[in-house]
Design a protein around this ligand. Structure first.
Ligand code: AHR
Length: 656
């Protein structure tokens, strides 16, 4: 009889769509912190990939402004019905080895009007009503030519216009600038320069910037992109990469000294991502270094992040040429590292400290750490690292050294490096993992058994790849982001050994990417954070100061029954913060028992991030997958809350 009744209840509840919800109970011990959390735990990894710098965060709108691309007219189109022979000449001078080319325009050689059109980086993002600042370097024997500037939309209609008449004469280069406002918003505008009047004019560094750069700095960075970084409150910024540090060959490695000082003297080179992927060739991808090392340090300071430069260790990318600098010729490379510390921290009486002051920052940038090599491996790397380490430790014993453990988080190469780097007692081991969502889900306990006495870990590049690594099918969807959220509970739990972590890469332009997935996507007018960005941000802005223990049925929740959790204390805000991931396709009824003698506020802030596994954000729907905030009420010292399928939750409990 009873059995029949129960069966009836079961059938009824199924018919009503109600099913018995699985319950799980967690215990959080807030009285016994298990480790400290570094204030710069969660950071960002910047590399000029996917039009991250030129065409991205560096707000210059003119592509190939100094005619230094391999094809000097790449990005430019000559305009005019009949362009006379010799009207446009590319001259190559000896006295400016870093910027040898300039353009000579002789309008007397053409009977009709002539001009140049610049296509920008996949067009130019122009905003109605905004001021645009045009500038040019010129020289001329006599005045004769007036430049008519026109911003045009995709139909060719003029949406902003001005003229500039170079007046000064002589053999020295002069700079002239003019500002004007745009009448219409257009994401793929172009700039046309008409050369009116008869005469000869030499031009170089033709430049157009929007007024609304970050902090309104002339020649500065895209405000919306920097804002997304600032919103994460990142603890550090790693720059300038990535493989770009190494270069395809040593000639094209990243050399910081060539990226500082006046921008017209910064030597442009090809971007290594220009030719890296046959399926994503980007022939117009170069590095102008308008975003150079001074600007990287300034950006770090602006967003409150510790600067973490990574330098070439005397090895070109081992996936490409794998060129090596002979050990006895490594001095120049080591000197670059020593000089960089002087540039960042030296007083203004030193050679490099003086340059920093001349560039506008007399106070030191307070550099505390430096990476030697990116994704380098093998005994050749260790040999070179030892030379760097000796020189750096001797001269700057307080600078922490970050060293590479190669391209993969396991395998022979990794094992070798991991052993050697521990022998060398480097300060941080830089681990990289581009792996499937499944790998992230099954490795949430990666750091639980790591050696607590040795070097700290820098999880320097990671991302869940839904397709194959470096393939074009990887998506920034919730499937990838929730796997990262689950894995990061393990990183947070082991914050005493993992000192820093950053997702990679950071930026991608929707019309100019080479690598996917990426944290933040942009077009010429807008930028949005992916679900992965939301996860990173939630960890970063809820990082706390001390790790505390969470147990589920007496075990560390690191994937059992699809559940993951970690917790921290924030001694500044007096909060306990619990993070939990339900990676099941059904809801879980969670109860979180807080073990403490302290009084707790009744009202608990509850942040939840959830979506369908295939869901993504986009330019059209930038906030589709974004956190929602509500409140739950404590029952005694227990939170009872439903954890919906595939969801990431944060509970913030005030300790009174
Ligand atoms: O983040 C993209 C690339 O992945 C980085 O340049 C490199 O370090 C890694 O292989």
């Amino acid at each position: 009889m009873i059995r029949r009744k129960l069966l009836g209840v079961f059938i009824l509840s199924c018919a009503l769509g109600l099913s018995a919800q699985e319950k799980k109970s967690f215990t959080i011990d807030i009285s016994h912190p298990t480790g400290n959390i570094s204030p710069n735990m969660w950071g960002v990894f910047f590399e000029d990939i996917n039009l991250g710098a030129d065409g991205g965060i560096y707000a210059e709108l003119i592509k190939n402004r100094s005619f230094e691309f391999a094809d000097p007219f790449m990005g430019w189109k000559k305009l005019g019905e009949k362009i006379g022979e010799g009207t446009f000449l590319v001259l190559n001078r000896k006295d400016k080895p870093n910027n040898p080319r300039f353009l000579r325009v002789n309008t007397s050689l053409s009977s009709e009007k002539v001009g140049l059109q610049n296509e920008g980086f996949r067009g130019m993002g122009i905003k109605q009503g905004l001021r645009y600042d045009f500038s040019v370097l010129y020289k001329q024997a006599v005045p004769g030519i007036t430049l008519r500037l026109q911003l045009v939309d995709t139909l060719g209609s003029v949406i902003g216009e001005s003229t500039i008449r170079p007046e000064k004469t002589g053999t020295d280069w002069q700079k002239q600038q003019i500002s004007f406002r745009a009448a219409k918003t257009e994401s793929k505008a172009k700039l046309v320069l008409w050369f009116e009047g008869k005469g000869t004019l030499d031009v170089d560094m033709i430049s157009l910037f929007p007024e609304d750069t970050w902090k309104n700095r002339p020649g500065g960075l895209r405000k919306d992109m920097v804002q997304l970084l600032a919103d994460m409150k990142p603890g550090f910024i790693r720059f300038p990469g990535g493989c770009i540090v190494e270069g395809r060959d040593l000639a094209n490695r990243f050399q910081w000294k060539k990226t500082v000082g006046p921008i017209e003297d910064r030597k442009l080179i090809i971007n290594r991502w220009n030719t890296e992927f046959k399926h994503r060739l980007t022939p117009d991808y170069y590095q102008s270094f308008g975003l150079g090392f001074f600007e990287y340090f300034q950006l770090a300071e602006d967003i409150g992040a510790e600067p973490l430069p990574i330098l070439n260790c005397g090895m070109a990318c081992q996936f490409n040429t794998a060129e090596l600098v002979p050990i006895d010729e490594l001095d120049e490379y080591v000197q670059d590292a020593l000089d960089l510390i002087e540039f960042a921290n030296g007083d203004t009486g030193t050679k490099w400290g003086k340059l920093r002051a001349e560039m506008g920052h007399p106070l030191p940038f307070n550099l505390k750490m430096l990476g030697v090599g990116n994704e380098n491996w093998g005994p050749q790397y260790i040999e070179r690292l030892e030379v760097f380490k000796k020189a750096l430790n001797e001269r700057y014993p307080n600078i922490k050294i970050v060293a590479s453990s190669g391209t993969d988080p396991e395998g022979e190469r990794f094992e070798f490096l991991n052993k050697e780097l521990r022998r060398l007692k480097v300060d941080f081991i830089d681990e990289h993992y581009y792996r499937s969502p499944d790998w992230f889900l099954t490795h949430a306990n990666r750091y639980d058994a790591y050696d607590r006495q040795g070097p700290k870990i820098f999880a320097g590049e990671y991302a869940a790849h839904t397709d194959r690594t470096a393939g074009t099918g990887n998506r920034n969807n919730w499937k990838a982001a929730i796997a990262e959220a689950a894995f990061l509970t393990g990183v947070e739990r082991n914050a005493d050994v993992v000192g820093m972590a950053s997702y990679a890469p950071l930026f991608a332009h929707v019309d100019g990417w080479q690598w996917t997935p990426d944290l933040i996507w942009v077009d010429n007018l807008q930028a949005y954070g992916t679900p992965n960005y939301q996860v990173q941000k939630l960890y970063a802005i809820n990082k706390g100061t001390h790790v505390i223990s969470v147990r589920m049925d007496n075990v560390i929740p690191s994937g059992q029954d699809g559940l993951y959790a970690s917790a921290v204390l924030d001694s500044k805000t007096n909060e306990a913060i619990i993070k939990v991931v339900n990676h099941n396709d059904y809801p879980i009824n969670g109860s979180f028992n807080i073990q403490t003698k302290e009084n707790l506020a009744k009202e608990v802030e509850h942040i939840v991030l959830t979506a369908g596994l295939a869901e993504e954000n986009s330019i059209q729907h930038p906030n589709k997958v974004s956190p929602k905030i509500d409140k739950v009420t404590l029952k005694g010292k227990t939170i009872i809350s439903d954890l919906s399928p595939y969801s990431f939750h944060i509970f913030k409990i005030k300790i009174k």
